[in-house]
Design a protein around this ligand. Structure first.
Ligand code: BES
Ligand code: MN
Ligand code: ZN
Length: 499
């Protein structure tokens, strides 16, 4: 885990391994920008060498210079911040650039002296830097401490801007994003419903009373009438769980948000088994639950004035001898009967039970987070998550929180016309419709469970993170290969905005 420190005095006197400076401009007219003016000797040297180096101001492009006059660091990492003349672009550019620079710097201590106009940008630099330092080496035999880095961030905002607090918040957010990434990256033979549950229990225990955990095991789920998650989990020898993780702030009169996370620790598809290629990344099918868990813990640590309850719907979707079949009818927690069409559409079944449970506590809003459909990835690509819901204001609040968190999302509709695709001849509803509009019919199915006991809608938004939760390509900016921890930033932004 990287540590984050606020730089004291001047970055020119910092004598660690790699110092990061920014490059702004376009084409041949690029210049180096830092959080404070460059020392004269440094400016002169850079002016002389830059033209020969093809240094680019393209966001997150990097170049490395050894032993720069006027600076004490062993080497300088130049990172592109875009064409903005002020040298202080969007938070997104700074976040990516910080992450890319820390990665390009390699091992050892790193300091960032990037220009930033305000606290929000300082926070983006800090979060991006820690994000870029992330590694997952738990299962490498050779000792690897490459992730344990000291990261110093220089700011010239002055004490009024309370840069200390900004960095502290950034460190908390980044640490929990890192936990979500770790959970996603953990191999599926090691992370299964019970082991996931134990990790959450440990974290809650260490929170000195800020967090409480309640676990429904397979027996409690069966007795409680959670037919959706019981059905999904019954093909595995490792039984399902619903873990309720709650944070309640001291002040009583606060909004209450329920977060429901899809936690399929491995999705084989069940008896409607996936082809091998489609299964390869399915250890990441619990990314929604990971992000929900990380968000609740982070909200508690940040002391946000909002009550947050996470419902982690944990199951392994396996094709064992007792596995669910297409044609089965199950009864959900809220009494709805569902005809199983395709055992690979398991996410909505575990979520619907989780949402019904969440609804029982009368929250002001329900947000579910799920790697739900390949269709959403087809629609929005690998970097953008889809947002659906029964309340336009809430949906818009989520897409704008996602913008502030630099986690891109886009609204998708829930067309009432498609609801008839879920009609069943034998049960109240089928869990799957036509192949077309697959992300939307999944959303329409979930919508049925965002209701209170009287059948009135509870404001609800659905985040389909199937694309951006797992990076199958190479690392970019602050985002590593593998688990990304997406949605933690968005959820925290949204929740902080409610308080
Ligand atoms: N976990 C998958 C969705 C998924 C696909 C996540 C690709 C990440 C990357 C989900 O359980 C699933 O299998 N969905 C099916 C739904 C279908 C059977 C209605 C899908 O998308 O094909
Ligand atoms: Mn599936
Ligand atoms: Zn799945």
């Amino acid at each position: 885990m990287a540590s984050l420190i606020l730089g004291s005095r001047s970055y020119s006197a910092w004598s660690g391994r790699s110092l990061v400076l920014g490059v702004v401009g376009s084409g041949d007219t690029v210049s180096v920008q830092a959080s404070a003016a460059l020392p004269k000797a440094t400016a002169k040297h850079l002016e002389a060498v830059l033209p020969a180096l093809d240094v680019s101001a393209k966001v997150a492009a990097t170049a490395i210079l050894p032993a720069v006059p006027g600076l004490k660091a062993d080497k300088v990492v130049l990172v592109g911040l875009g064409s903005d003349e002020a040298g202080d672009g969007s938070t997104d550019a700074l976040r990516r650039a910080a992450g890319a620079a820390v990665r390009a710097a390699g091992t050892g201590s790193v300091a960032l002296a990037l220009p930033h106009a305000d606290e929000v940008r300082l926070g983006a630099i800090a979060e991006g830097a820690v994000g870029g330092a992330y590694t997952f080496t738990a299962h490498k035999s050779a000792a690897d401490e490459s992730g344990d880095r000291e990261i110093t961030v220089f700011s010239d905002l002055g004490r009024k801007a309370s840069p200390h607090d900004v960095l502290e918040r950034a460190a908390t957010v980044a640490r929990h994003v890192g936990w979500a990434r770790d959970l996603v990256n953990t191999p599926p033979n090691l992370l299964y419903p019970q082991s996931f549950t134990e990790q959450v229990q440990q974290v809650a225990k260490a929170s000195s009373g800020k967090l409480t955990v309640k676990v429904l095991d397979e027996k409690a789920l069966a007795e409680g009438g959670f037919g959706g998650i019981v059905g999904v989990g019954q093909g595995s020898t490792r039984p399902p769980r619903i873990v309720t993780l709650s944070y309640t702030p001291r002040s009583r009169k606060v909004p209450h948000v329920a977060l429901v996370g899809k936690g399929i620790t491995f999705d084989t598809g069940g008896v409607c088994i996936k082809p091998a290629a489609g299964m390869l990344t399915m250890k990441s099918d619990m990314a929604g639950a990971a992000s929900v868990a990380a968000t609740v813990v982070a909200a508690a640590e940040l002391g946000l004035p909002v009550a947050v309850t996470g419902y982690l719907c944990l199951a392994e979707n396996m094709p064992g001898g007792n596995a669910q079949r297409p044609g089965d009818v199950v009864t959900m927690r809220n009494g709805t009967t569902v005809e199983i069409i395709d055992t690979d559409a398991e996410g909505r079944m575990v979520l619907a039970d989780g949402m019904a449970l969440a609804a029982e506590s009368g929250p002001d809003e329900i947000l579910d987070v799920a790697t739900l459909t390949g269709a959403c990835v087809v629609a929005l690509g690998p970097k953008i998550f889809g947002v659906m819901g029964n309340d336009e204001n809430l949906r818009t609040a989520i897409t704008s929180a996602s913008e502030r968190a630099d986690e891109p999302s886009w609204p998708l509709p829930l067309p009432a016309d498609l609801r008839s695709g879920l009609d069943s001849a034998v049960a109240d509803i089928a869990h799957k419709g036509d192949r077309t509009g697959g992300a939307l019919t999944a959303g329409l199915f979930l919508q049925e469970f965002a209701k209170d006991a009287k059948g009135e809608n509870i404001p609800w938004a659905h985040l389909d993170i199937a694309g951006p939760s797992f990076n199958e390509g190479s690392a970019w900016g602050h985002v590593p290969k593998g688990g990304t921890g997406v949605a933690v930033g968005t959820l925290l932004e949204h929740i902080a905005g409610l308080g």
